[in-house]
Write a protein that binds this ligand. Structure first.
Ligand SMILES: Cc1cc2nc3c(=O)[nH]c(=O)nc-3n(C[C@H](O)[C@H](O)[C@H](O)COP(=O)(O)OP(=O)(O)OC[C@H]3O[C@@H](n4cnc5c(N)ncnc54)[C@H](O)[C@@H]3O)c2cc1C
Length: 411
């Protein structure tokens, strides 16, 4: 079948694809959205299970720094659709948001389900044609798009413009399987290899670390890697470290492992105490109280922190106030490998920005635009990933509009 009617095709119904659809429909375009899965936005819904962190309330200039070397680019993108615009957008859909104590923004209902339901209903009212179980598999000789439909038939579509919003390479079973990488590589689109981001890291625990530690959180700690320190929580597991504090440093940890094969992070179990104060407290300890008990009762170390501290400290160090306070303040854990990409919260790498025009149209494939996690950018958790996808989608929708206006003037 050759569909030659005039419409814009969006491939991929994640947050980026849906937001671009919303904007293009508002501009009056006919939009067809194709997704490989039986329903759209499956990762968005998964994100909602832990309390959907939509965006962050910090000032835009600080917000933009969360995109590392892409700060300048995101300064522009965020202005196209700000965190406040996103909150207003949710409000219009009947889904209010609130700012948590950390400054993070969540839907009042905390989940993604209701927001998504309201959003899809609005898109349908605006005229979106949705094709689920329709997987884009590549191009024909004329660069028309080839789509495998629910009956495994290959259909050819010739939209006026196309947006690919296919996501990264994590949680493949939810749709983001990165099958687009070889297809676009064949078209000579420059792609940075995809790697796990916001992920756990593996270590080789010494046998002295008891199994009872695994699955346990270390709370109120700080984690340091190189010159970066982050507050938060770490989850100890049989293979290594997980948790918010690790994810926040995942870019720096990944780059160090890529360079040196392994790297060391330092856990501060008592961030509010200086090393000197700890040493003094330990030196002045009443000797009748066993040291382990003292650390729990007086220094309020949790049993997991204490077990880990003991396991990673020699007997001599443990009994020397100066050496012990040193270890409490900077307990080293050597990391050598990221956890599998399929379980990462997001991916780093993707289509390089220099493979795209400023409007994010692929230079090698005129009329084909890209948005969302499939591009080469990353950000920590905190609402920065979704906001990045939404802002980029709004920018791309404007780019598609410019492109189509120019095309119509040329005719
Ligand atoms: C557990 C977890 C929790 C998270 N929590 C948060 C959070 O609280 N806050 C936050 O900011 N971010 C969070 N994220 C990250 C966020 O969900 C992603 O960054 C975001 O979903 C990326 O959006 P996207 O539209 O680029 O891609 P995706 O959401 O991955 O969507 C891509 C879509 O494209 C479709 N697709 C792929 N290939 C094809 C093809 N060939 N043909 C047709 N369709 C195709 C897929 O089926 C999918 O629907 C979380 C992620 C995970 C895994």
């Amino acid at each position: 079948m050759n569909d030659t009617s005039r419409f814009i095709a969006i491939i991929g119904g994640g947050p980026a694809g849906l937001m671009a659809a919303h904007k293009l429909l508002e501009m009056g375009y006919r939009v067809h959205l194709y997704d490989a899965k039986p329903s759209v936005a499956r990762k968005f819904q998964l994100a909602g299970r832990g309390g959907l962190n939509l965006t962050h309330s910090e000032p835009l200039d600080v917000f933009a720094t969360r995109y590392y070397e892409n700060e300048a680019r995101f300064t522009t993108l965020l202005k196209k659709f700000t965190p406040n615009d996103l909150r207003d957008f949710c409000h219009v859909l009947g889904q209010d948001t609130f700012i948590g104590s950390s400054g993070r923004v969540f839907p009042t209902k905390f989940k993604a389900t209701e927001l998504l339901r309201a959003w899809l209903s609005d898109l349908s009212i605006k005229g979106l044609k949705l094709f689920t179980r329709h997987k884009w598999i590549g191009f024909d000789q004329q660069k028309n798009l080839l789509i495998e439909d629910a009956e495994n038939q290959i259909i050819t579509i010739s939209p006026q413009a196309t947006l690919l919003a296919l996501g990264g390479a994590s949680w493949g079973k939810l749709g983001s399987d990165a099958a687009w990488v070889p297809t676009l590589t064949k078209e000579e689109v420059n792609i940075e290899p995809l790697e796990a981001a916001n992920c756990g890291y593996e270590t080789r625990w010494p046998q002295s670390v008891p199994e009872s530690c695994f699955g346990s959180p270390l709370k109120n700690i700080t984690l340091t890697h190189a010159d970066k320190t982050t507050k938060g929580e770490i989850m100890l597991s049989s293979y290594g470290l997980e948790g918010g504090a690790v994810y926040a440093l995942s870019k720096s940890i990944r780059e160090a492992i890529n360079k040196d094969l392994s790297t060391t992070v330092l856990i501060d179990l008592k961030p509010k105490h200086s090393k000197e104060r700890l040493t003094k407290i330990l030196e002045e300890r009443e000797k009748h109280l066993p040291l382990g008990k003292f650390l729990k009762q007086e220094l309020r170390l949790s049993s997991f922190s204490l077990s880990l501290l003991k396991a990673l400290t020699s007997k001599e160090e443990f009994n020397c106030p100066k050496a012990l306070s040193e270890k409490i303040k900077s307990l080293p854990v050597n990391l050598y490998k990221a956890r599998p990409i399929d379980r990462a919260i997001s991916t780093a790498g993707g289509i390089k920005f220099d493979a795209c025009t400023d409007d994010l149209m692929l230079k090698r494939l005129p009329g084909i635009f890209v948005a969302g996690e499939m591009l080469d950018w990353e950000a920590p958790t905190g609402g920065y990933l979704l906001q990045g996808c939404f802002s980029m989608a709004v920018h791309v929708a404007q780019g598609v509009d410019h492109y189509l206006r120019e095309q119509s003037q040329e005719i």
